[in-house]
Design a protein around this ligand. Structure first.
Ligand code: XUL
Ligand code: CO
Length: 438
């Protein structure tokens, strides 16, 4: 198989003064930041579906990008050409991981036995491609939202037959993930939710989803899967209400059903904003619950209320996100670009521009987040803000060695507390700008 991207060179770091469009300006993989290389901090991944599949088709028009890679779509030749193109692409960018849904890899057949045979064939082909490279699988998943059988969800469906079909897809996707050495396995509950409450048994549906996840954990562990399972929260789209609304909701669900030891969060920036949260909020909620696993790196459009999956360019947001990641001790998963080119950016060159943009944005975010931590003004402020809990009655509260009576006696003796110290938000925002633009 010949080169697909022969017009594009290997992408190297050239520094911020370079104007070469095919060079990194900030992502210098060997540069050490807080004791680790940039490459160790940022395990970037390519999303098979967007990069090798999405051709710009939308509700109003056909695709604009040619992702046939010289073969007829819907054939195994095309599936293999995508593997070839994907590996060439990842090698040129120095991307070490990929993520996939089962039917991103092969066209789905009418009979699941044939789909599974195709998955065996393509995963053999991918394994062969992986040899002699350091490219690995970040995570796999099953597409349980596209086919009409999943109109009422997969785990949440009203049909036991469809439920079993979902189980069969999860089982096979786990087999392939393990075969390719995947670090994780994702459940994004695309249609695990409801449109109309009066025709929905919410408790029944949530119990069934949890059961499917338990069966997946049992099976995964039985075939030697040691990685994390992930829930990827998203509040809506395609369903009006999805059960994994946001990180707090998903974590509560995992705890309720005893799944919290095996699952972590895969946080997607655009899903956070759809839930009316910031990206960093979702990362913080996951981290403080010990459940920050992996990230789907993208960004939404503040003017649009749906999941636009744009390549991240917002350095301010990336800095705040990387601040959370660094504070949490780093990811066990990685940074999957669940992002796609805009429809008019339809050329092969644009695929590279998009990844260079995304990788440089997170590299800058990492550099600036580390500078914020090293600067210390924010940390010092937060430490000082809560300092009344370091001694006296405050310490007793933290140590859980006081009572409501004692706190009350303390208050009555005081007569009236002083106001808490200023939150200093504007000062801290200025510190952030100072560090960002120094
Ligand atoms: C959809 C989405 C998915 C998951 C994997 O919004 O993010 O692509 O990442 O199913
Ligand atoms: Co995603």
């Amino acid at each position: 198989m010949g080169e697909f991207f022969s017009a594009i060179p290997e992408i190297k770091y050239e520094g911020k003064n370079s104007t070469n469009p095919f060079a990194f300006k900030y992502y210098d993989k060997d540069r050490k930041i807080m004791g680790k290389t940039m490459e160790e901090h940022l395990p970037f991944a390519m999303a098979w579906w967007h990069n090798l599949g999405a051709n710009g088709v939308d509700m109003f028009g056909q695709g604009t990008a040619d992702k046939s890679f010289g073969q007829a779509p819907g054939t195994m030749e095309h599936a293999k050409a995508k593997v070839d193109a994907g590996f060439e692409f990842m090698k040129k960018l120095g991307i070490k991981y990929f993520c996939f849904h089962d039917i991103d890899l092969v066209p789905e057949a009418d009979d699941i036995n044939e789909t599974n045979r195709r998955l065996d064939e393509i995963s053999d082909y991918i394994l062969e491609k992986m040899k002699g490279t350091d490219i690995k699988c970040l995570w796999g998943t099953a597409n349980m939202f596209g086919n009409p059988r999943y109109m009422n969800g997969a785990g949440s469906t009203n049909s036991a037959d469809v439920y079993c079909f979902a189980a069969a897809q999860v089982k096979k996707a786990l087999d392939i993930t393990v075969k390719l050495g995947g670090r994780g396995y994702v459940f994004w509950g695309g249609r695990e939710g409801y449109e109309f409450l009066l025709n929905t048994d919410m408790k029944f549906e949530q119990e069934n989803i949890a059961n499917l996840m338990h069966m997946a954990v049992d099976y995964g562990r039985s075939i030697g899967f040691k990685g994390d399972f992930y829930i990827e929260p998203k509040p809506k789209e395609p369903m009006k209400h999805q059960y994994d609304f946001d990180a707090a909701t998903a974590i509560g669900f995992l705890r309720q059903y005893g799944l919290d030891k095996d699952f972590k969060m895969n946080i997607e920036a655009n899903h956070a904003t759809l839930a009316q949260h910031t990206f960093e909020h979702e990362l913080r909620v996951s981290a403080i619950n010990g459940m920050l696993g992996s990230i789907d790196a993208n960004q939404g459009d503040p003017l649009l209320g749906w999941d636009t999956d744009e390549f991240p360019c917002n350095v301010y947001d990336a800095t705040l996100a990387m601040y959370e990641v660094l504070k949490s001790g780093g990811l066990t998963g990685g940074f999957n670009f669940d992002s796609k080119n805009r429809r008019p950016s339809y050329t092969y060159e644009d695929m590279f521009h998009a990844f260079i943009l995304g990788m440089d944005t997170f590299a800058l975010g990492l550099i600036k987040a580390a500078e914020l931590i090293e600067d210390g003004r924010i940390d010092n402020f937060v430490k000082e803000k809560y300092s009344s809990f370091q001694e006296g009655i405050g310490k007793k509260i933290r140590d859980k060695s006081t009572t409501l009576q004692e706190c009350s006696d303390y208050a009555l003796k005081m007569k009236k507390p002083e106001l808490p110290g200023s939150g200093r938000q504007e000062y801290l925002e200025a510190v952030l700008n100072n560090v960002l633009f120094k």
